[in-house]
Design a protein around this ligand. Structure first.
Ligand code: GLC
Length: 419
C-alpha cells in the first residue's frame, strides 16, 4: 500500500553494498555476463571486511543529504545475504571476514536518525542450486551453464520455500520495515513466483510496508531506472539513478555526475511528482567514496534552504507554463518555481488564472515583483506573469520563488482564441 510518508519524502538513498566492491566489478552481472567466472566472482567473499563501517556515520550523512528514506541491498542477484540467514550459508556472516550481520546495525542507525528503512531484495538468485536461470542473452558471455536450464518443478518449489524463508526472516526479526524494494522478477511470470500470495504474506508480516513495482504487477509504485522520464509515469513513482555509471563501487568508473547535475535532476524529478532514489556504492570496508559524499552534502545544503518547496509537495505545472521544474503545496494554493541558473531580466509564467497575493524568493525571503501583461480577459485567456527577482535574491544554482495564489491553482490550457 502506498503511504503518505513515501509521497512526501522526495529523496531516498539507495545503497549497493556487497562483495562486488572487493574487485570493483559489476554487482552480480559481472559473472552473469561473463566478465569474470563465477569462481573468480565468488573469491571476493574473502576480501569483504566491512572493517571501517560506521552505520551511524552513514545514517547521519543520509539525514544531512535531505533524504527521508534509505534502501540497502540485503541480497543482490549473486545470492550473498548481508544478514545471518538460516536459509543458506551464503552470507557475509558465514563466508566473509566481516563475519557479522550488517542489517540490524543498519536498521538501528536509520531509526536513530529518524529515517525510514528500506531493504532491497533480489527475487532471483543466480547462485542458488535450485534456481534455474534463463541465462545471459549476450552471445559473448559465459554460457552461464552451471545454473541454466529448464525449470524443474521440484527445484522451483524448493527455491520458492527458500525465497519465502529469507523474506520471512527479514520481515519478522528486524522490527518495522517501511519499504521493500524488490528486483530480479523478470525471469519468471507472476504466477510462477506466486506474487499475489507473496504480497499477502508480506502484508501479514509488515502491514504498513510499501512495495516497489518489481513484483510482476503486484507492487505499489513504478521504478524507472537510469533513464529520466520525459512525461511523468502514472501513479506514484520513484526514479532510481547512480551518481557515476555503477550501482556498486567501481573505482575505475570516473563518469561522475556533478553535484549540480544531480541537484537539477532532483528538482526535475520532484517537479514531475516522483521521488529520487539516489544510489551510492560503498567500498568493501564500508567507506563511501568522497565524490559521492560531496554530492549528498551538496543536495542537503540546497534542500535545507528550500525545504518548503520539497517535502510534502506534489507535482507542479505541466510543461509549457514555466521554463523549469515546479512543485505545488498539497492544497494547491502555493506554487514553487525553480529557476535553473541565472535569468537575465524577468522570469515568465504563462497560463495562470489565479491572482498572486504574494511572491517571494524562498531562500532569502526577498519580495518578488509581479506584473501581468497581455491576455484577453474577454475570452478568459490570462495574461503572462512577469516576475522580477532582485539580483541579490538569486542563489548560486537554483532559486525557488514561492507564489501564494488566491485559491487553488487554476490553469489556462487552451490554444488561444481565434477571432
Ligand atoms: C537493475 C540491475 C541491478 C540493480 C538495479 C537497481 O535491475 O539488475 O543490478 O541493482 O537495477 O535498480
Amino acid at each position: 500500500m502506498i503511504q503518505d510518508w513515501f509521497l512526501d519524502a522526495k529523496l531516498g538513498i539507495f545503497i549497493h553494498w556487497g562483495i562486488y566492491a572487493v574487485d570493483g566489478i559489476a554487482e552480480s552481472w559481472a559473472f552473469f555476463n561473463g566478465t569474470v567466472s563465477h569462481e573468480e566472482y565468488t573469491r571476493q567473499l574473502d576480501g569483504f571486511t566491512a572493517e571501517r563501517w560506521d552505520p551511524d556515520a552513514w545514517a547521519a550523512l543520509f539525514a544531512r543529504s535531505g533524504a527521508r528514506y534509505v534502501v540497502l541491498t540485503s541480497k543482490h542477484h549473486d545470492g550473498v545475504a548481508l544478514w545471518d540467514t538460516r536459509a543458506s550459508d551464503l552470507s557475509v556472516v558465514k563466508k566473509t571476514p566481516a563475519g557479522r550481520d550488517l542489517i540490524r546495525p543498519y536498521l538501528d542507525a536509520l531509526r536513530r536518525h529518524g529515517l525510514r528503512a528500506g531493504l532491497y531484495f533480489s527475487h532471483l538468485d543466480w547462485t542458488h542450486p535450485d534456481y534455474a536461470s534463463i541465462g545471459s542473452d549476450d552471445p559473448k558471455a559465459n554460457p552461464f551453464a552451471f545454473r541454466q536450464g529448464a525449470t524443474d518443478p521440484d527445484g522451483w518449489g524448493r527455491f520458492l520455500e527458500f525465497h519465502r524463508a529469507q523474506l520471512k526472516e527479514l520481515c519478522t526479526e528486524y522490527g518495522p520495515i517501511d519499504l521493500l524494494w524488490f528486483d530480479g522478477d523478470w525471469e519468471r511470470d507472476a504466477q510462477t513466483w506466486h506474487m499475489a500470495e507473496l504480497r499477502e504474506q508480506l502484508h501479514g508480516w509488515q502491514p504498513e510496508v510499501v512495495l516497489n513495482s518489481r513484483m510482476q504487477g503486484y507492487g505499489d509504485y513504478k521504478t524507472p531506472e537510469q533513464g529520466m522520464p520525459i512525461v511523468a509515469p502514472e501513479g506514484p513513482w520513484e526514479f532510481c539513478m547512480t551518481i557515476n555509471d555503477s550501482w556498486g563501487y567501481q573505482g575505475s568508473d570516473r563518469r561522475y555526475k556533478s553535484p549540480q547535475i544531480v541537484l537539477q535532476t532532483f528538482c526535475e524529478t520532484i517537479g514531475m511528482g516522483g521521488n529520487l532514489l539516489l544510489d551510492v556504492g560503498p567500498m568493501e570496508d564500508g567507506t563511501i567514496p568522497p565524490e559521492q559524499v560531496e554530492v549528498l552534502e551538496h543536495l542537503g545544503r540546497w534542500i535545507g534552504r528550500h525545504a518548503e518547496s520539497v517535502y510534502g509537495t506534489r507535482a507542479g505545472l505541466p510543461f509549457g507554463h514555466f521554463w523549469g521544474p515546479s512543485t505545488l503545496s498539497q492544497d494547491r494554493s502555493r506554487l514553487y518555481l525553480m529557476i535553473l541558473g541565472h535569468p537575465r531580466g524577468q522570469v515568465c509564467l504563462r497560463g495562470l488564472k489565479n491572482a498572486v497575493t504574494r511572491a517571494t524568493a524562498l531562500g532569502s525571503g526577498a519580495e518578488v515583483g509581479v506584473r501581468r501583461l497581455g491576455g484577453a480577459d474577454w475570452m478568459q485567456v490570462p495574461g503572462v506573469l512577469w516576475l522580477d527577482v532582485p539580483p541579490d535574491a538569486l542563489e548560486p544554482e537554483i532559486t525557488v520563488l514561492r507564489l501564494e495564489l488566491e485559491g487553488p491553482l487554476d490553469l489556462y490550457r487552451g490554444g488561444g482564441q481565434g477571432v
